[in-house]
Design a protein around this ligand. Structure first.
Ligand code: SAM
Length: 415
């Protein structure tokens, strides 16, 4: 049997789905192994796009598959994986149906080929389609509805249906000359699918890509002239660049050498500078206390579900609890490195209160020498909720403008 052109990228997409759904890996981390047979960057990109779109649409794809099979296929059945990849191509990516199935059937050779062909064919004859607004996995939808209300869960599902816009961040007073929407000073939003490489000013380092919500933590540390800042868990460096551009003398610390390499490239491209330290924050000590600290702690990343749809499937409640323990320990350690009178910002790109509100409430209970510093009037746009001293960006924020990532951000002063 010949291998129809394009089967290798479908095989890589199936391996990616398997890595996320059965092994609990992040998509990016699985890509090298899953796409090892693909030499061309665009084939790897296509494999990634198919897997990511299948993860955005998984409950709806599975409902279609179940509607067309008499006996329910197990979650991990090879036929289900193959059908997810064939259907997502035909129903979401725009691959013609005959090509979608012809490229997937060789992947089930000697196995459930007839079943896959039969189910796919039946769904195509019925003119099956996917709903305009994707269905969130029930565990996630229920949790977000319980924590934030039905409107937020609905907004999250709506955001999942469209690729996020491209947000640019730039130093004060250096706005790029491009058509776009500015939601805050130092921010410009361009339409989804804008290609970064073709935009003026990228090579010259006049701006960098950073979601508008991700730019809030560094903003809350204010101007940096004459002040030192520790950027803890800094790579790939979006917030390091903001702090350096605001005038801080920045020390950027991260445990990942590969992510720090990207931070180094980002600094070199933008001409901004920071002292870069490869270290585990739980083992490292700064040489001196700092005026400002930004701790962008490792988290479930459920707030960036649009760009990383695997978090909808791989992050379980137990992992959230374990991450929260690590975040509390990191925050307690970082707090010891702040000068009296200094400012500490804690942030996570998570939509789970266990990693946000609950971590900082415990911290404030334990540290009477720290107090929350609420967002001052005019400091952030009115739309950004800054009640009770904390900032919480939820999926409904700027929905009509293309949304924003989910973040929790708290600012403290050491008295
Ligand atoms: C949310 S990301 C940081 C994003 C970054 N602040 C930015 O704006 O580009 C979390 C980072 O924490 C780092 N990390 C995780 N555990 C760490 C530890 N124990 N010590 C230092 N860095 C750690 C990871 O390598 C990852 O780069």
């Amino acid at each position: 049997m010949t291998d129809p052109q394009g089967t290798a990228s479908r095989r890589a997409a199936m391996r990616l789905l398997d890595a996320v759904l059965r092994k609990g890996l992040p998509l990016e981390a699985a890509l090298d192994v899953a796409a090892r047979d693909l030499e061309r960057a665009d084939d790897r990109g296509f494999a990634h796009a198919m897997a990511a779109e299948a993860l955005r649409r998984l409950p709806d794809l599975d409902a279609l598959i179940d509607s067309a099979t008499k006996k329910r296929l197990p979650e991990d059945a090879k036929a289900r994986f193959a059908l997810r990849i064939a259907l997502v191509q035909a129903l979401a990516i725009g691959t013609p149906a005959h090509a979608a199935i012809a490229t997937v059937l060789p992947l089930v050779e000697g196995g459930p080929k007839r079943l896959v062909h039969g189910v796919f064919g039946a769904l195509m004859r019925q003119k099956a389609g996917l709903p305009e607004v994707p269905t969130l996995p029930s565990r996630v939808g229920d949790r977000w509805e319980r924590n934030w209300g039905a409107g937020v869960a609905e907004a999250a599902a709506r955001l999942l249906a469209v690729p996020p816009p491209l947000d640019l961040c730039f130093p004060p007073g250096a706005a790029p000359q491009m058509e776009g929407v500015s939601l805050m000073p130092g921010h410009l939003r361009l339409p989804s699918r804008t290609a970064v490489a073709g935009l003026t000013g990228y090579g010259e380092g006049r701006w960098w890509v950073q979601d508008v919500a991700a730019s809030i933590p560094a903003r809350l540390l204010g101007a940096g002239q004459g002040r030192t800042a520790l950027d803890l868990c800094a790579a790939p460096g979006g917030k390091t660049m903001q702090l350096a551009a605001a005038g801080f003398a920045v020390t950027a610390v991260d445990a990942s050498e590969s992510r720090l390499a990207r931070l180094g490239e980002n600094l070199a491209r933008t001409g901004l500078s920071a002292e870069v330290v490869a270290a585990d924050v739980m083992a490292w000590e700064p040489p001196a206390p700092a005026d400002a600290i930004l701790l962008d702690a490792p988290c479930s990343a459920t707030g960036i579900f649009r760009r990383h749809p695997e978090v909808l499937h791989r992050v379980r409640e137990r992992a959230i609890r374990e991450l929260a323990e690590g975040q509390s320990a990191m925050l307690a350690r970082a707090a010891g490195w702040l000068k009296p009178g200094g400012t500490l910002v804690y942030s996570v790109c998570s939509l789970e209160p266990e990693e946000g509100e609950e971590v900082v409430e415990r911290f404030l209970d334990a540290r009477s020498d720290f107090r929350a510093v609420p967002v001052a009037p005019g400091e952030l746009p009115e739309a950004v909720p800054g009640r009770s001293g904390f900032v919480r960006t939820l999926p409904g924020l700027w929905l009509e403008e293309g949304g924003a990532d989910g973040f929790f951000i708290a600012r403290f002063a050491r008295t």
